[in-house]
Write a protein that binds this ligand. Structure first.
Ligand code: ASP
Length: 440
């Protein structure tokens, strides 16, 4: 029998009804042996996540705002008690709730406070499922600087998991060398799930959320975009980097090295197959030459012009040295015979533009140097592009037909993506047109 690690996001565990759906999913497949829950998420658009309330409590405790602290903590207790009574469980967590309250008031730390959302949810889920509970602080270890200690974690966790046929392990947190609790960044239960999948030798890491998989485009721009059936880790990284929000960006690394696939699934529609994220995929769907489209606004182009630039050895190095001195990382670097353009996030240069331009002028004495803001970048990603002719032509045709002017093009040498730069005002039209060209 294989092993599956299953992670459930906060929206999948927001109340008793959702707990029941989650339990049905877990129980319907005996291979689903290790479960990583998030803290209860929003029950409606205006609701507040338990993690956010815990951060609030920490702040109120620090500022000695006792009334506000009590009121918010009360709401947290109500959320958990509501789940327990809704499930009809005979389980008293009042001692835990009181201990956590006192610990936060005694300044147990911001990360400790935030981590209790996952901790309490896991205790309840373990009880409901009849699974063992493994506290993440005994098996997930961080190093002094705050990075995960993978070696120690993997050996401690795999040793512990072997002792448990089935277990629930809270997401999001672990322990520092000085024994204090530390969390990953927001959404970090995805990382815990990935680590548990690795350490348990799982064949599959299922990540259950509230959408039926990774979408081909942002649903705020494209109506009802298709779900991607299969995507490679590299393609996913390209799309995530350009703004597609799917998993925590560090979540793929543990399973990726071990070649364990991730299946993104929808708790509300367990019959949907979701998206498979795999190390490599031979084929691609001929209908879908591209895998997905993502993009972001808020970029600037700094164009440096200098006659005979091409023959001046070291020009590019000098330019990039200045960016390095300013601690600026750039996105793209298209160049011509006498021009070199550096594309980077506008937020990176805000407040230091003048100093940057002065430094560039001083270093390379260009004929001119200009800054243009308001650029949006769009990544058209697909492993199928390398084998199909005319993909770029179709991207351009779509943009032309949508009356969008393309200001920059960059095709990665691996032919996994085509990056376009367009005016921010044209962003949505361009994404919609490209999607329409390839999908329908
Ligand atoms: N509960 C944490 C958050 O809201 C971690 C997670 O859900 O993955 O960010």
């Amino acid at each position: 029998m294989g092993i599956k690690t299953v992670k459930f996001g906060g929206s999948s565990l927001c109340d008793a009804d959702h707990f029941r759906m989650v339990a049905d999913i877990i129980k319907s497949d005996p291979e689903r042996r290790y479960v990583v829950p998030s803290a209860p998420g929003k029950r409606s658009k205006d609701d507040i996540k338990v993690t956010d309330m815990l951060y609030e409590c920490y702040k109120f405790a620090r500022e000695r705002m006792t009334r506000e602290f009590d009121a918010t903590y009360e709401k947290i207790c109500d959320r958990y008690n509501g789940i327990i009574s809704g499930l009809g469980l005979n389980f008293d967590i009042s001692g835990e709730l009181e201990y956590i309250k006192q610990a936060i008031l005694m300044r147990a730390g911001r990360d400790f406070a935030a981590s209790r959302g996952e901790y309490l949810n896991s205790l309840i889920l373990a009880k409901y499922l009849g699974y063992d509970f493994i506290d993440a602080e005994n098996v997930i270890f961080f190093k002094e600087g705050g990075n995960i200690d993978m070696e120690l974690t993997e050996s401690a966790l795999s040793y512990e998991l072997k002792k448990h046929e089935r277990a629930v392990i809270p997401g999001f947190y672990g322990k520092m060398p000085n024994d204090t609790v530390k969390t990953f960044s927001r959404g970090g239960s995805d990382i815990t799930g990935s680590i548990v999948a690795l350490a348990s030798g799982s064949d599959l890491y299922e990540n259950w959320t509230d959408v039926s998989g990774v979408l081909m485009a942002d649903p705020r721009i494209v109506e009802n975009p298709c779900v991607i059936e299969k995507i490679t880790y590299r393609e996913l990284r390209e799309l995530s980097y350009m703004g597609a929000s799917v998993l925590h960006e560090d979540a793929t690394f543990p399973v990726r090295n071990a070649g364990i696939p991730i299946n993104v699934r929808n708790t509300l529609r367990p019959e949907d197959p979701g998206t498979m994220i795999v190390k490599s995929a031979k084929g691609y769907d001929k209908k879908h030459i591209i895998t997905g489209i993502a993009g972001k606004k808020g970029f600037s182009v700094i164009t440096i012009e200098s006659d005979m630039m091409n023959s001046e050895v070291g020009f590019g190095r000098k330019v990039l040295e200045i960016f390095e001195e300013f601690g600026l990382s750039f996105e793209h670097l298209p160049s011509g015979i006498d021009t070199m353009s550096v594309i980077l996030a506008t937020s990176e240069i805000e407040g230091r533009e003048d100093r940057l331009l002065r430094a560039l002028k001083h270093s390379v004495h260009p004929d001119s140097i200009t800054v243009e803001k308001g650029l949006a970048l769009i990544a058209v990603v697909g492993r199928g592009m390398v084998k199909s002719k005319g993909t770029a032509a179709r991207v351009f045709k779509a943009c032309t037909e949508a009356d969008v002017n393309i200001r920059m093009i960059d095709q990665g040498s691996c032919e996994l993506n085509i990056i376009l730069g367009v005016n921010e005002a044209d962003f949505e039209a361009a994404v919609g047109a490209i999607y329409g060209e390839f999908v329908h």
